[in-house]
Ligand binder design. Structure first.
Ligand code: NDP
Length: 484
């Protein structure tokens, strides 16, 4: 682990294996942190914030370090991408894209650090009032396994730019690239205690971050069930929270859409990163008149997706992250069949791949009903559920019919219709005639039970700031309110 500028083992010497999901082999052992380690990291971060001077550094100094970090990420791109493919399983080209995005995230926030913030108000004389943004303080940042490096960048870059100190808790399944990133930040001259990487089980060290009264903010990306626990744990000192949670996002295709484009993005929407994406287009909503033709092509193409080891150059879809997660997704497939849905393709483990790899075929369920659990719940795997709609009204109704509100896509040649539908969909991230592009500049987050707050862009930066109003008396004299 990396605590207070030092590389350290767990307090009790505990270790945990990191497993390659493509073949079940142990690729590394990492420290398994305990409550004592969490306490150590929290105290180090507290000291770094209260006494270390990071919050008082100039924005230019912080920007310089973040720019250096971006360059270091790019200089070590091949290694960082390999670490993510090794522990998370995603095809190397996806890991490489994540590394580029992570470097750009640091660069974006390095730039933003020195840009104007705050406001000044024309209040009644003799006062002048203005507002400045200051860092929140010690931030506990808990991230999942589906984008190990990128999630670390999304958390660290804005927090550091704003002058916070961070305790990053990567997923126990995928800690390798976050550790490497900490080493690169160290080389970029981040002061001791400003970035700490705390390893260990979520319910132990993650919960400690959410509970501690010495932590000012907890930022979490992951499942909604865990998000709810973190929110509860954070009540003790009413810490600031931001939660980026799950989804069951609708991808709506009207009959007038560009056919091949819509088919292509329906596949990309669900199968990129083996469906382990919070914003995955996991519900395909098809206009009834398009259904037969679309499904024929979709199934034909889904069957052609090459599943395999992420390091193999031909691989288009990797394994699921862990045997446990594969089993959870398989249980959903069994449940879908029990509920009466029909498999249009997939549902099994592909032949010819290592037994101990967590592989699953691209899977599509049809003949679904809106009340089925496979339609309502986040499966977080390569499992698409298809629904049909009669008209625009019906499409909007179905799109909004879940507890989630993270993302949505619409495919149509009718621009006005696309905008009408998007306006009525209760989701934070939306796409017209595309699915999945994400930009550091634009806010990321959901409505409803998909989370609280936003990441990325200026919105994400503001989440790591407190707002202070400063009132200046321009006529320095007594009030005259009380008799002298
Ligand atoms: P979690 O959401 O539980 O894990 C995400 C992070 O939270 C990990 O670092 C985890 O640590 C940590 N964590 C777990 N429990 C706690 C806790 N009580 N307090 C503080 N931190 C905690 O994901 P899972 O791997 O358990 O996956 C469960 C489901 O969540 C998935 O099937 C999927 O549906 C959804 N999910 C959604 C993601 C998204 O981006 N929206 C990402 C990942 C999962 P540790 O690794 O040690 O458990």
């Amino acid at each position: 682990m990396y605590i207070n500028g030092e590389w350290t083992s767990a307090w009790d010497g505990g270790r945990r294996p990191v497993v390659n999901p493509a073949n079940g082999e142990v690729v590394a052992y990492v420290a398994e942190g305990t409550m004592q380690d969490a306490d150590r990291a929290i105290r180090a971060a507290r000291r770094a914030f209260d006494e270390g001077g990071w919050a008082e550094t100039t924005a230019q100094d912080r920007a310089r370090i973040l720019f250096r970090a971006a360059e270091a990420i790019e200089a070590n791109a091949a290694e960082l991408a390999a670490l993510d493919t090794l522990s998370c399983g995603k095809p190397l080209r996806e890991s490489e894209a994540d590394v580029t995005d992570a470097a750009n995230c640091f660069r974006y926030y390095a730039g933003l650090a020195t840009k104007p913030t705050g406001q000044a108000f024309d209040v009644p004389a003799p006062s002048q009032t203005f507002v400045v943004r200051e860092p929140v303080g010690v931030c506990g940042q808990i991230i999942p396994w589906n984008y190990p490096l990128l999630m670390a960048a999304w958390k660290l870059a804005p927090a550091l730019a704003a002058g916070n100190v961070c305790i990053l808790k990567p997923s126990e399944l995928t800690p390798l690239s976050a550790l490497r990133l900490a080493a690169l930040l160290e080389e970029a001259d981040i002061p001791p205690g400003v970035v700490n990487v705390l390893l260990g089980a979520g319910p132990v060290v993650g919960n400690a971050l959410a509970e501690s009264h010495l932590v000012d903010k907890v930022a979490f990306t992951g499942g909604t069930v865990t998000g709810r626990k973190i929110m509860q744990a954070a009540t003790g000192n009413l810490k600031k929270i931001s939660l980026e949670l799950g989804g069951k996002s609708p991808n709506i295709v009207f009959a007038d859409a560009d056919f091949e484009t819509a088919v292509d993005y329906a596949l990309f929407g669900i199968y990129v990163n083996t469906g382990q994406v919070c914003s995955a287009g996991s519900r395909l909503l098809l206009e009834e008149s398009l259904y037969d033709r679309f499904m024929e092509r979709l199934v034909e193409r889904a069957k052609q997706i090459r599943v395999g080891d992420g390091f193999h150059p031909d691989t288009e879809m990797g394994p699921l992250v862990s045997a446990q997660h594969l089993s959870k997704v398989q249980q959903y497939i069994a449940l879908g069949l029990e509920e009466g849905a029909r498999l249009a393709c997939g549902g099994s483990r592909p032949a010819g791949l290592p037994e101990r790899g967590n592989f699953l075929e691209p899977t599509i369920f049809v003949d679904t009903r809106p009340d089925m659990r496979i339609v309502q719940e986040e499966i977080f795997g390569p499992v698409l559920v298809v629904q049909t709609f009669k008209d625009e009204e019906d499409a909007v109704r179905l799109a909004n019919d879940t507890v989630y509100g993270l993302a949505a896509g619409v495919f149509t040649a009718d621009t006005a219709k696309a905008h009408r539908v998007i306006k009525r969909v209760r989701a934070g991230i939306t796409w017209i005639n595309t699915y999945h592009p994400t930009y550091n500049e634009a806010p990321w987050g959901g409505y409803k039970q998909s989370g609280i707050g936003r990441e990325l862009g200026t919105f994400g930066y503001e989440e790591y700031t407190e707002v202070k109003q400063i009132n200046v008396n321009l006529a320095v004299e007594p009030t005259g309110w009380y008799r002298r």
